[in-house]
Design a protein around this ligand. Structure first.
Ligand code: SF4
Length: 102
């Protein structure tokens, strides 16, 4: 899955950033939203759909795409500072790398 924002349409409400700060950010100085991942990992498909549905001006567009997105998504992690920080914190808490999921 990919997600894009129509920046001409964005109303700078920040709703998407509040919902998913690791996926969206607001650019300085005008507050227009940007996407900071090229591909959306599987685990975030539902939250991204939620963010898109909550955008008051329908500026968020989802592009369903092919297999292999998760591999590309993990390569994209460092593109958004909030996302990189979140992953770094997770790695510190769990140096073995297992996320506890069964
Ligand atoms: S929710 Fe929509 S209008 Fe608000 S910042 Fe995000 S893209 Fe822009």
């Amino acid at each position: 899955m990919r997600v894009v924002i129509d920046q001409d349409l964005c109303g700078t409400t920040g709703q998407c950033v509040l919902t998913l700060p690791g996926t969206f950010r607001q650019r300085e100085p005008d507050g227009v939203a940007e996407v900071c991942v090229a591909t959306v990992p599987q685990a975030l498909h539902a939250p991204v759909r939620l963010a898109a549905s909550q955008c008051p001006v329908a500026a968020i567009r989802i592009i369903e795409s092919d297999a292999g997105d998760d591999e590309r998504a993990s390569a994209d992690r460092a593109r958004c500072p909030a996302e990189a920080e979140r992953h770094a914190a997770k790695d510190e808490r769990n140096p073995g790398g297992h996320d506890g999921a069964v």
